[in-house]
Design a protein around this ligand. Structure first.
Ligand code: NAP
Length: 309
């Protein structure tokens, strides 16, 4: 892959597939609103093993200074790690990188999904974090997380670090076990007693129902309900929502999933994942450019792109 040096900031995204990504729209708006020259391109790379050479070549472009920054999405957030020279503590702890940058000649992987999620959640339900209960496992609030894939790792890591009791509900318990084990043995895991309060359960009605009264945060990290299958929901059929929970769906396309719609219909406050998307992008932009990201312009561009036609 040959990338000519034609602009000030050469940024991009790798993953597979990428056709529906909003990242070029968001980052192009950020460059424009910041009066910076540059572009943000898509570099589709098929899953490994087929894509290994192309992924390595992209990282080499960064090593040669031909690119300033690279975002990484499904399925390469973990696959990219062996090609990097170092990881930030959060990328190491989650075992995933979504933002690659060059510092002192080294190619470093970071994970802005974690802070992106926490900031997105706090901006919509900050009261959940303001009651001073964190770090006391007996009074810490309980979060129920649906799904145990790449995004769940960041969400769960962020919540346990913030002092939550976390319950990871997955259709494949082995995947949840691996997630919990990776987080419990991650750097910094000895810092907080609440790492002990992370358990797993099957994503089904029988397993979840006993937990409901205690849950104050319910997060969907599965792709169930994304365009085009907008009528699907990850929530088990016939199960009432936790009566006191705030609901957060990482999906942002559509802006209101069936899951969010049902939660709102049941009287709960519920958010899509647009805030997280914007914040993780803003943090990447700040790492690459050293400038405060123009979050409003980024959000406006994303909302325009997501408007139904
Ligand atoms: P992933 O690594 O593929 O993980 C998806 C998880 O969902 C896996 O645990 C998977 O289980 C589970 N799952 C899939 N279909 C399911 C079903 N029908 N029932 C129950 N569980 C199911 O994907 P990801 O990277 O975590 O992304 C997940 C979603 O989060 C996507 O919609 C993505 O767009 C969104 N996301 C949003 C943001 C944001 O900024 N808002 C950031 C990251 C991700 P199996 O392994 O058994 O299939």
């Amino acid at each position: 892959m040959s990338i000519p040096l034609t602009t000030s900031y050469r940024l991009g995204l790798t993953g597979w597939p990428l056709e529906h990504s909003l990242s070029p729209t968001i980052h192009t708006a950020a460059l424009g609103a910041s009066n910076l020259d540059g572009d943000y391109q898509l570099f589709p790379v098929p899953p490994l093993l087929a894509g290994a050479g192309a992924l390595e070549e992209l990282i080499d472009c960064m090593r040669r200074g031909e690119m300033h920054g690279l975002n990484v999405t499904i399925p390469h957030k973990q696959a990219v790690l062996p090609f990097l020279d170092g990881l930030t503590p959060v990328a190491q702890a989650t075992g995933a990188a979504n933002t690659i940058f060059r510092r002192d000649g080294q190619i470093i992987g970071d994970n802005t999904d974690v802070q992106g999620f926490l900031t997105g959640l706090k901006s919509f339900a900050g009261h959940l974090f303001l009651d001073g209960r964190s770090r006391n496992p007996h009074s810490a609030p309980h979060a129920l997380i649906l799904g145990a894939g790449g995004a769940a790792r960041g969400v769960i890591y962020g919540l346990v670090q913030a002092g939550w009791n976390v319950h990871s509900a997955a259709r494949r318990l082995q995947q949840a076990e691996e997630l919990v084990s990776a987080i419990q043995t991650s750097p910094g895991s000895g810092d907080g007693p609440n790492f002990l309060h992370l358990d797993i359960l099957p994503l089904d009605r029988a397993a979840i129902s006993d937990l409901l009264p205690a849950v104050s945060l319910l997060v969907n990290t599965t792709p169930v309900g994304m365009i085009p299958k907008v009528d699907a929901s990850p929530w088990p059929d016939g199960l009432p929502f936790p009566p006191l929970a705030v609901v957060y769906d990482l999906i942002y396309n559509p802006l209101e999933t069936a899951f969010v719609r049902a939660a709102r219909a049941g009287g709960l406050i519920a958010s899509n994942g647009l805030g997280m998307l914007i914040e993780q992008a803003a943090l990447s932009f700040e790492i690459w450019t050293g400038q405060t990201a123009p979050r409003q312009a980024m959000q406006h561009a994303a909302q325009e792109a997501l408007k139904p036609v």
